[in-house]
Design a protein around this ligand. Structure first.
Ligand SMILES: O=C([O-])CC(=O)C(=O)O
Length: 176
């Protein structure tokens, strides 16, 4: 168990609109560049970040989303690969069952009709039927990149229809 996995749901961040976060923090906040789309039934979500860095191998994504999420958000740095999906309906259903607030994937998903019915925030680049090949590769809880924004474990992510904003835990604490 890592430090982040002890994150308490009672300390969940407020659901502040991303545009309000810009108005407050300006360029002291981090903004993910456009290109992500909503695939889950939840389009507004926030939570402390857990990270995975993996390329065309969703071994770590599957494992992590089968552990208690406690309202956190999994950020998957898939290097933007459009060649295969890093999450489908089975893994996403597991995330719901385990209490994750959302999953942001710099890469693809599949089973999008089923994903659209799940009470989970899901932002990804696109859909593709092809699944990834599990080779037991991938890094957990490391600094990762999304387009336009470096992401560290323990950051607080806010997502809504306007996009994705990242704050440090210290910045987010000031919102309360
Ligand atoms: O198993 C996978 O790699 C992705 C998938 O189809 C699922 O989550 O249902």
């Amino acid at each position: 168990m890592t430090e982040n996995q002890s994150f308490s749901p009672a300390a969940a961040p407020a659901l502040v609109p991303t545009c309000d976060l810009f108005d407050r923090f300006k360029d002291d906040a981090r903004y993910v560049l456009p290109g992500f789309h909503d695939f889950g039934a939840v389009t507004r979500f926030s939570g402390a970040v857990v990270t995975v860095k993996c390329v065309e191998d969703n071994s770590r994504v599957k494992e992590l989303l089968a552990t208690p999420g406690a309202g956190r958000v999994l950020v998957v740095d898939g290097a933007g690969s459009l060649r295969c999906a890093l999450m489908g309906d089975m893994i996403a259903a597991s995330a719901v069952k385990h209490g994750w607030a959302g999953v942001v994937i710099w890469g693809c998903v599949r089973d999008v009709a089923e994903l659209a019915a799940l009470p989970l925030g899901i932002k990804a680049l696109a859909a593709i039927p092809r699944a990834s090949t599990r080779r037991d590769q991938g890094l957990v809880d490391v600094p990762v990149e999304l387009p336009g924004a470096a992401v560290r474990p323990g950051d607080i992510l806010f997502a809504d229809e306007d996009g994705i904003v990242l704050l440090t835990a210290e910045q987010a604490a000031g919102l309360k």
